[in-house]
Design a protein around this ligand. Structure first.
Ligand SMILES: Nc1ncnc2c1ncn2[C@@H]1O[C@H](COP(=O)(O)OP(=O)(O)O)[C@@H](O)[C@H]1O
Ligand SMILES: [Mg+2]
Length: 326
């Protein structure tokens, strides 16, 4: 993942619930701490980042200040499309348009329209046409994208929509989006997964989809929520042995026998889950993915301190890569 913070756009996606928003926020924090003016874009009507940073959320489409050099904004695809149609239609009011059926008609008739209009907004946030040389208002935009399938739909939207729109400014902007998404010097893709069969399978599918749609590869996979491997195989054997000896004692104390059994079961459970997760990491590495593991943090709500821990881990991963390259 070396160098990803120097791109203009990082797209973070993966299976639902694996920690995409958390990782997008932690990457944002890392980038801001390293001096980059960073914007995290939330997609959809949600605005969770402000809460994570303990700040009041602004309205959709307005930037929320999160920390030094770090802010967030949320893009609502329906609202973005509505604004765009309004701009085309001149003075028609948004309310009339939204209720007139024209909007629903258009949205249904133009596949990829919501997505491309949102992607154009994101391209503009990366600095738009000033993107190549001079930097815009932000050095880096991190997109907290929807889950894999929908994210791929967004990334394919220049093509999907390009097939039906042949004239007007949207065609030119569609080209800019396509260039940004295809350019390894300006954009990077990061998958978030967990150490589960399904999340890893979805990551592999994501990589295939990215190649098909844009000829791009994932810069890396963040495997989030890993449990530590507390015991070695040898230690596990001795734990089982201890419980076995306790069980075998003819005149042993019933309570301590039960306790030894329960302790061995708990150790077996933790060991089994951690081993399974690490097996999934190996599965990804064998396929050639660069994997960065992040620990499961034992707290009910993640806060700024937790994000800082994750950001520091991400930073170490990126630096280690840099060290290996140089
Ligand atoms: N490393 C972690 N340790 C503990 N909890 C985590 C970790 N990463 C994410 N979470 C929690 O898991 C839940 C889902 O994370 P979120 O980032 O919202 O996932 P997504 O955006 O993929 O749906 C949230 O409650 C979040 O606080
Ligand atoms: Mg999310």
């Amino acid at each position: 993942m070396q160098g990803i913070l120097d791109r203009r756009l990082i797209v973070v996606t993966g299976k639902g619930g694996v920690g995409k928003t958390t990782i997008a926020a932690a990457l944002g924090l890392l980038a801001a701490q390293s001096g980059r003016r960073t914007l995290v874009v939330e997609f959809g009507a949600q605005a969770r980042l402000a809460g994570l940073f303990g700040r009041p959320a602004q309205q959709t489409g307005e930037e929320t200040w999160l920390a030094e050099r770090l802010s967030s904004i949320s893009i609502d695809p329906d609202k973005a499309l509505l604004e765009w149609i309004q701009a085309l239609g001149g003075r028609v009011s948004g309310r009339v348009l939204a209720s007139s059926g024209t909007f629903q008609y258009f949205a249904a008739a133009a596949p990829g329209a919501r997505e491309i209009v949102s992607m154009v907004k994101i391209w503009k946030l990366t600095g738009g046409r000033s993107g190549r040389g001079r930097r815009g208002e932000h050095d880096l935009v991190i997109l907290d994208a929807p889950a894999t399938g929908h994210a791929l739909g967004m990334l394919r939207s220049p093509e999907t929509f390009g097939k039906i729109a042949r004239v007007g400014p949207i065609v030119r902007d569609t080209g800019h989006v396509r260039e940004l998404l295809a350019d390894p010097a300006r954009s990077a893709y990061v998958a978030v997964a967990q150490g589960t069969e399904m999340a890893v399978t979805e990551t592999i599918e994501l990589q295939g989809g990215l190649r098909d749609a844009l000829g791009r590869d994932l810069a890396g996979v963040v495997v989030n929520g890993l449990l530590p491997r507390r015991f070695s195989a040898v230690e596990m054997e001795s734990i089982e042995g201890l419980a076995e000896r306790e069980r075998a004692k003819a005149r042993g104390n019933g309570a301590s026998r039960a306790l030894a059994g329960a302790a061995a079961r708990a150790a077996r459970e933790v060991h089994g889950r951690a081993s399974f997760q690490h097996g999934q990491v190996t599965r990804l590495r064998k396929r050639g993915f660069e994997v960065l593991g992040l620990p499961f943090l034992w707290q009910s709500e993640l806060d700024l301190e937790a994000l800082s821990v994750l950001a520091a881990r991400l930073g170490r991963g990126v630096e280690r890569e840099q060290a290996r390259v140089s």
